[in-house]
Design a protein around this ligand. Structure first.
Ligand code: SAM
Length: 266
């Protein structure tokens, strides 16, 4: 697991019409994560962090959770998911959907939830007869993103429905895989933190503070192959040595993209 980051939860200073929702969300989050729920009063988030000796403050704002740390903020934002869904609706395809071979009705296991953007695409592609289970080992990321997927408004109906169909578990991928039956998912996906980050990904900064940075192991891939009926896929930088190290011989994705998908067919 990642180094523990201490956190507290509170609400925004003044509540407008979300006051009750914010209070309830802060209380629920405190209980779920076993962290202090502190009254906001008139303090700034920096003052609260100093007063409670916390690295991060979760804030219930407009009925949604955001996380504030000295290094940046983490909040649910589906990134490019909107555009990717539009492309899929126009029949233009999506590299992740192709790599995973997703068709309607499939059961997808996404072992690395992160911001949730890829999980939304998988969920859209698998449709309402399919399912996406997404895992995240960092409890703070899991709390913020699961809350967004469950309560934020999607940009359009398709995205909204896809978000609501995702089930999030806060757990380590290997621990979860070990507990699953053989062939219990159609495809298993990994998007671990890149061994070397792409500089353009400034939006990942807040996530990087919290994220589980461990590399995948041979055992995790072996367990994924047991659990996946059709495919195991990993995203990495196109030139990454991780593909060869972990045994991905087939590399897919956009020809000019800096990221690629390693695909193992069963
Ligand atoms: C690069 S991000 C995933 C990005 C994601 N595909 C998206 O669309 O935003 C990797 C995430 O996986 C999590 N993670 C890394 N290793 C993990 C593991 N072994 N089990 C569960 N989660 C893990 C990290 O904490 C991080 O949030």
């Amino acid at each position: 697991m990642t180094a523990a980051i201490s956190a507290i939860v509170t609400t925004v200073r003044r509540g407008q019409r979300y006051t009750e929702a914010n209070r309830a969300l802060a209380a629920r989050t405190a209980e779920m994560l076993g962290i202090p729920n502190v009254p906001r009063g008139n303090d700034s988030l920096e003052e609260l962090r100093a007063a409670y000796g916390a690295d991060a403050v979760l804030v219930a704002r407009r009925g949604l959770l955001t996380l504030a740390a000295a290094e940046g903020e983490l909040f649910f934002h589906p990134g490019m998911a909107h555009l990717r869904i539009k492309n899929l609706l126009r029949g233009h395809g999506d590299h992740l959907v192709s790599a995973l071979g997703i068709t309607a009705g499939m059961r997808i296991l996404d072992c690395t939830l992160g911001t949730g953007a890829d999980a939304i695409i998988e969920s859209f592609a698998a449709g309402d007869t399919g399912s996406v289970t997404a895992l995240e080992s960092n409890p703070l990321i899991a709390a913020v993103i699961a809350d967004g997927l469950a309560h934020a408004l999607g940009d359009n109906y398709e995205m909204h429905a896809a978000m609501r169909r995702i089930t999030v578990h806060c757990t380590d991928a290997l621990a979860y895989l070990r507990a699953q039956d053989t062939d219990s998912y159609d495809a298993v996906y990994f998007d671990p933190m890149f061994r070397r980050p792409l500089h353009e990904s400034a939006g990942m900064n807040a996530l990087r503070i919290l994220a589980d940075m461990r590399a995948l192991t041979d055992e995790t891939i072996a367990e994924a192959r047991r659990v996946a009926r059709c495919r195991v896929v990993m995203k990495e930088r196109r030139e990454s040595t991780e593909f060869a190290r972990l045994g991905f011989a087939v590399i897919a994705g956009g020809r000019y993209s800096r990221v690629a998908y390693g695909v193992m067919e069963q």
